[in-house]
Structure formats: C-alpha cells, structure tokens
Design a protein around this ligand. Structure first.
Ligand code: NAD
Length: 424
C-alpha cells in the first residue's frame, strides 16, 4: 500500500492534522493501550455521495455530501451534519473523530460520526434546501439508523432539517423512526432543552473553570466569535450570571462595545441581519481587531482553526472556552499554555449538545418525555462529573485539560476496542 496516497494522511494545517497531533500527545499516558492507538488515526468508514437536485429554475445541480463514521467501539455513531460551501471529506473526518473523543469524554454510550454537504444553504430556496436534505439522507441511508449512526444539527442545519431527515429515513424504511436523528422539533420526538444544550454546556464548564481560576463572572468581559446556536446561547447565560459581552463576530463582521452589548437587541437582529445589523449598539470594527479587544474570557463558537499562533499571542483572555469544534491550532495551544491561558477544550466544553441528544434518543426509545428542569439538572451533573474527572487527570499528570480529556476518552475507547477484539 502506498501510505502517501492514503486518505488518512492530513493536508497542511487541516483540522484532521490538528486532531492527529492531539492524539499523538496523549500516547504517553495510555500505557499498554497505546498498542491500539492507530485505531483512532483512521476512520472506520467514510461515504462520499452525489446529491443531485432540480433547482427552482429547472437546472440540475450536483452537491457533494459525506458521512464519516470514525469509531463505533463504544456504541452507534453520533454526530451532526454541516451544510457549508467549504466542507471537505478531511474536515468531516476531523469532526467525526472529535465526536468519538467527546462522547467518550462525557461517557455516553456512543461512537463518533459526522456528515456534511458542500453547499451554501443561504443561496437555496426553502424547497431546494428540502430537496438537498432529503436526497442526502436517502444516499447516506445505507449507513445511518437509530442503532447504527444518529445524525444531529451542526453549522447551518436545524430542527426543520432534522425533521426532513427523519421523515425521509422513515419513508424509506416504511415506519416512523424518530430515533434516527436528534435535534428534532419537539412534537416529532425532540427534547426540551436541546436547542440551548450546547451553549448551556459551554456556560456550565466555563463557570466551573472561572471558579477554579478565582475569576468573578460578575463584570467579566467576554468576546464571542460565532453568534449562532452555540455562541448566542452561551453569551446570554453568561450575561445572566453578571458578565458583559464586549465583542461579537459572525460571518457579517465584528461589533464591539466595551460597556457590554445589549443582547436583548443584538440576538434578534443578528438572526436576520447578522451582528453588523446592530450598528446602533456598538462600533463595527475590522474583523482582525476582534482578537485585540481586551477581555477576560474568549469563546470561539464559529469554525475550526480560528485561534492561530498570531492570535494566541495577542489575546488578553485568561480563559478560552471552545464552543466550536477545533478552533485552536496545536501551535496556538502551546502558546496559550505558555502564557498561562486556560483552555477548556471543545471535546468537553461543547459536549452539552450531544449529551442532550443522548437524552432525546433515550426518550424516543422509551416514548416517555422528561421536563426541562430534569434535562438541565442531568446535563449539569454529567458535564460537571466529566469536567471534575478530567481536571483530576490534568492535575495528576501535570498536563493540559485537552490532553487530560483525550487521556480519559482514549482510555475508554481503546479499552472497548481491546475488550471487543478484532474481527475476524
Ligand atoms: P450556527 O450555524 O448556528 O452558527 C455559526 C455562527 O458562526 C454564525 O453566527 C455564523 O455567522 C458564524 N460564522 C460562520 N463563519 C464565520 C467566520 N468565517 N467568521 C466568524 N463567524 C463565522 O452553528 P452552531 O451550531 O452555533 O455551531 C458553531 C460551532 O459549534 C461549530 O464549530 C459547531 O461544530 C460547534 N458545535 C455545535 C453544536 C450544536 O449543538 N449546534 C454542538 C457542538 C459543537
């Protein structure tokens, strides 16, 4: 086999390369299980599909779609579906691998998977979006299912898209299979608390990290990159706890107000016009200036690779909460550590979403639904237990929270791998 041509080899500066170097860092802490580590460096299965649809103007458009099942040693694959023009197979591989680590870090009975379509959904009509979603679901239908691989929302996908996915899969199997996706609308087997779960998890882990750092959340200055499902919910919860949001960046630009942005106005405006639509509430500044804004907490909640070495050198934050997946490149991770900036890594920080997805899946199977308080109490408990265990591991080995999270997670995954053994 020609190793150089293998699709598991990363291209320069890619999220998959970031993931592989994160795995390399954990090997010294795996003991005899290190023998199995190669299992984490290649996806179990990757499917590339053509998604042809008839556009509203009568032309035929083709989009490329992916579903990657990185690891299923501990249970069915679990992970979102991203609609974005820059999605690639390699990116989806990285996102699926981070799901493997994440589900193991919070000890959910899942493996890791992820999907995506290379499409700009903002350029599609609602009808075209539905067609893309349904055809993609049908194409990946051969590998997803309530007991095999359960998709969920990610960037640019939402409850409506999950409803179409659930319906398409159900039509193909001739029944109603609510458990095939999570993040569904409430009356279709969705769970209370799911929409806000990821942002809530960012808040819960951030509040605990701040407490351990001796940082008072009252008056703390926070900069948030990405103001969608994750970023805006986390921002609202921190404001409720007394913090102020001094800078927000989304795909439309960056807005800054050192006295704190008024979220009651910014959130609704950002949904239609982006954050730059709230000119009245702050100063619109060039995007690169976002990284210079004086802050105590930085929440990257947009895309991968945003905290580069340069940006890590200049941030004034003492605490970074990784709402996004893979926002910090490995070189920047080292710089932040040297500068004494604490990073709560994505694989624990944003695990609230998959945790409530798990609750949704469990509720669907039992057809018995919990109230929101129960969901939030259970979510808090799972996130806090996971974080405390990771913190203990970090203290014990004197390693970063990221490497500690990987140590806890990889041990669980590779132990399962070892106990199951290799087939045949
Ligand atoms: P979303 O589509 O709701 O929001 C994405 C936000 O990022 C938007 O505000 C968008 O304007 C902004 N953005 C996009 N490109 C940008 C750019 N180049 N610069 C600055 N901002 C940009 O998506 P989301 O669900 O909030 O996901 C955000 C991140 O959180 C992703 O990395 C995703 O994988 C991760 N995540 C999401 C969930 C979830 O439950 N939704 C769970 C875990 C992790």
């Amino acid at each position: 086999m020609n190793e150089k041509l293998s699709f598991v080899n990363p291209t320069a500066n890619s999220p998959w390369g970031t993931y592989l170097s994160q795995v390399d860092r954990v090997v010294p802490y795996l003991g005899p299980l290190a023998r199995w580590v190669e299992t984490l460096k290649r996806p179990k299965r990757a499917l590339i599909v053509d998604v042809p649809i008839e556009m509203d103007n009568g032309t035929i458009a083709h989009f490329e779609g992916y579903r990657v099942q990185h690891n299923m040693s501990r249970g069915p694959g679990k992970g979102g579906v991203r609609f974005h023009p820059d999605v690639t197979l390699e990116e989806v591989m990285a996102l699926s691998a981070w799901m493997t680590i994440k589900t193991a870090a919070v000890n959910l009975p899942y493996g890791g998977a992820k999907g995506g379509i290379r499409v700009d959904p903002k350029k599609l009509s609602l009808q075209e979006l539905e067609k893309v979603t349904r055809r993609y679901t049908s194409e990946i239908g051969i590998i997803i299912g309530p007991h095999t691989d359960i998709p969920a929302p990610d960037v640019n996908t939402n409850a409506q898209i999950m409803a179409w996915m659930m319906d398409t899969y159900s039509m193909n199997v001739g029944g109603t299979a609510t458990g095939v996706v999570t993040g569904k609308p409430l009356h279709l087997g969705g769970s209370l608390g799911r929409v806000k779960a990821t942002g809530r998890g960012v808040f819960v882990t951030g509040r605990e990290a701040a407490r351990r750092l001796g940082m008072d959340l009252r008056g703390a200055r926070i900069a948030v990159q990405g103001f969608g499902n994750v970023g805006s919910v986390a921002a609202e919860l921190f404001v409720e706890a007394g913090a102020k949001i001094v800078a927000v960046q989304d795909h439309t630009g960056t807005i800054v107000n050192t006295n704190g942005l008024d979220l009651t106005k910014l959130v609704p405006i950002s949904r239609t016009d982006g954050v730059v639509g709230f000119k009245a509430g702050g100063d619109i500044v060039p995007n690169e200036d976002f990284w210079d804004v004086a802050c105590d907490i930085l929440i990257p909640a947009a895309l991968e690779g945003q905290i580069t070495a340069e940006r890590a050198k200049k941030t004034t934050a003492k605490l970074v909460l990784e709402g996004a997946n893979g926002p910090t490149v490995p070189e920047a991770d080292d710089i932040l550590a040297e500068r004494g900036v604490l990073v709560v890594p994505d694989v624990i920080c944003n695990a609230g979403g998959v945790t409530v997805s798990y609750f949704e899946w469990v509720q669907d199977f039992s057809s018995f639904f919990w109230d929101e308080d129960e969901i939030n109490v259970r979510l808090d408990r799972i996130m806090m237990n996971a974080l405390n265990q990771i913190w203990d591991t970090a203290d014990k080995h004197k390693i970063s929270l990221r490497t500690a999270t990987y140590a806890v997670a990889c041990e669980r995954i590779l132990m399962a791998r070892q106990e199951r053994g290799l087939y045949p």
